[in-house]
Design a protein around this ligand. Structure first.
Ligand code: ADP
Length: 430
């Protein structure tokens, strides 16, 4: 069986060409060009493609397949989509006394707001692919009419781990990816982000009725079978906190009613095929057991390894090169190439490319234990602490990054909470 390569085609917002015509042009184009995994093509000789297509992305296959693929050796699976330009809006509903109560952020998928998010998240294991496979299995089981009383699945995913490791971003990226990949089944996606803290705000903690009302609003989206509805419940540990506080008498006992209402409502919406519930928690082990029981996948997300950190730093440096802040045209090696060449080259044969890449890998090793969020701030801090000028060379910037990482680790020794640092035993805030 041939491997499947997904080709994602972002049709321009202003284009009104029918999707099948766009697809026809792109499939002709794909057969004539080199398919480099992970590459994004944004300029075309063909006038039709230039006018109607923003980007064509050749998605990666997560195995040892060669970087460059021949169209004949693989099955190409095309997805044409247009990005919604409006982004997230605050959803409100009528609360008690006819007061408007905000309850969620809502956006249409795929959205410009989440563009590139999937690609920007780096994990050591195949977490992203596993999540996509999970949804494929739910679709297959539903389509094949598997009896849910015999085999149970709930369409609930729980991502847990330290703060700043990309859990919320991954939920958003997954929803976006699904809206693109499932474009043949759904006309669009609806992304609804409920912050658990707001569930236990003054408004909600007083009434389980508001929760029911909120879910009936969500239900309106679900009832459109052409929409894929992704509901994100962020920081779901608030449910446990509310239940415990209510039992201890430190919060009104109504909180328990709210927790129960949330769980009942999740049970209600699970029955619909076009719904996916995504939840995150920063406190592993402190999540409401009733909620944990409902999750099909409970995925721990930890801080990235040095190799993942290398990839994150590399993407930051490439961005600074693209914008001209790092002037040197010297590029750095991608991780695979670096691993190959560092085993081959001896001290004498190392050229600038290898030296700089090894230096970056060394910085990545020193950064182990920092969260993805902290890592993405390092280049910014490096510039503001140690560069402070319009342009800089790659070597100078790498040195500034190294100093910044050491400074961050030092500073975080005095911070509270967060990810325990593997090397120093200090606590790092996410
Ligand atoms: P969490 O929900 O776990 O607290 P977020 O999703 O809010 O984390 O992450 C914040 C930002 O940190 C992300 O948007 C991303 O820029 C960066 N980040 C976190 N983890 C990673 C990762 N594994 N790879 C790349 N970037 C990451």
């Amino acid at each position: 069986m041939k491997r499947i390569v997904h080709i994602e085609i972002n049709q321009r917002l202003e284009s009104n060409a029918p999707r099948d015509v766009v697809l026809e042009f792109v499939s002709k184009f794909a057969k004539t060009c080199k398919l480099i995994q992970g590459s994004i093509i944004n300029s075309f000789d063909d006038p039709f493609l230039s006018e109607h297509v923003q980007t064509v992305k050749i998605c990666e296959i997560n195995d040892e397949a060669p970087q460059c693929l021949e169209a004949n050796d693989v099955d190409l699976c095309y997805h044409v989509y247009t990005l919604d330009p409006y982004g997230s809006q605050l959803e409100t509903m009528d609360g008690e006394g006819d007061k408007e109560v905000p309850f969620a952020l809502h956006c249409i998928l795929p959205t410009t707001e989440f563009a590139g998010l999937w690609e920007s998240l780096v994990y050591d294991s195949a977490i992203k692919e596993n999540l996509l496979n999970f949804v494929e299995t739910t679709l297959l089981f539903s389509d094949s009419g598997v009896d849910m009383n015999i085999i149970k699945w709930n369409r609930v995913v729980l991502l847990h781990g330290p703060p700043g490791t990309g859990k919320t971003s991954l939920c958003k990226a997954l929803a976006q990816k699904l809206a693109i990949r499932l474009g043949h089944r759904y006309t669009h996606g609806e992304f609804i982000e409920i912050n658990s803290h707001s569930l236990f705000s003054k408004w909600f903690s007083e009434s389980g009725k508001l929760v029911t009302k909120m879910f009936s609003k969500i239900q309106e989206y679900i009832e459109n079978p052409n929409a894929l509805v992704c509901v994100l419940i962020d920081e779901v540990e608030s449910l446990t906190h509310a239940r415990k506080s209510a039992l201890a008498g430190t919060e009104p006992s109504d909180s328990i009613r709210v927790v129960n209402a949330v769980l009942t409502q999740i049970d209600q919406i699970q029955r619909y095929r076009n719904v996916l519930v995504l939840a995150t928690s920063n406190v592993t082990g402190a999540i409401d057991t009733a909620f944990v029981d409902r999750a099909d996948i409970k995925q721990y997300i930890g801080p990235p390894s040095p190799f993942a950190i290398y990839k994150i730093f590399l993407s930051c440096i490439e961005e600074l090169q693209r914008t001209g802040i790092i002037t040197s045209n010297d590029s750095l090696m991608n991780l695979k190439l670096l691993q190959l060449s560092s085993s081959e080259s001896t001290e004498g044969t190392k050229n600038n490319l290898t030296k700089n890449s090894l230096f970056l890998l060394n910085i990545a090793r020193k950064s182990e234990g920092l969260s993805g969020r902290s890592l993405r701030k390092i280049p910014f801090l490096a510039h503001s602490y140690y560069i402070q000028k319009q342009t800089t060379s790659l070597e100078e910037f790498l040195e500034a990054m190294e100093k910044t990482v050491l400074k961050q680790l030092q500073d975080q020794k005095f911070s509270f909470g967060g990810v325990p640092h593997k090397n120093s035993g200090c606590n790092c805030v996410g």
